[in-house]
Unconditional design. Sequence first.
Length: 195
Amino acid sequence: MKPVLPLEPRTLTGRFVVLEPLEGRHHADLIRAAADPAIWTYIPLDMTQGYAARLGWFVEEMAKGTQLTYAVRRLSDGAVVGSTSYLAITPKDAKLEVGATWYVAGARGTAVNPEAKYLLLENAFGAGYNRIEFKTDSKNLRSRAALKKLGAIEEGTLRGHMWMPQGYFRDSVYFSILAAEWPKVKAALERRLAV
């Protein structure tokens, strides 16, 4: 196995969005964007104190190097419309997870998510990662459909996988894309984004 390059916190720019590594300058915009409680229906974070109370955790995880969180800025109007992260970064096994993704209602169903995923995948596979995984609540039908449309392969369900602050044990559905599959997935995403 060839060595995996470090995932440095650098800006990733597309045609529709720019992913900016989380910094203090993003905090107010993210807190505003995260105000809709519906965003947190399937996310395994206790949001009872609001997004502002969780920002410190994201900053700490970035400092440890196990996570890299981005503010997602829509290029058409400059608005911060959500966030996404590399999680469980494991260079020795050339794998990581893409997750903790959320968007304001007006960004859902647009080019925002597919292009954000495209930028994250291109960056990670370009750095030598072999496996990129995603997991979602089995109840989150929108997320499951988006991952299938992305080209990720559904691998199975971990039953009773984690306790949710919403009051139940979540079944987590796992998906992944491998480096060998990336050229086909990339081509399909590029066709989808060429609108």
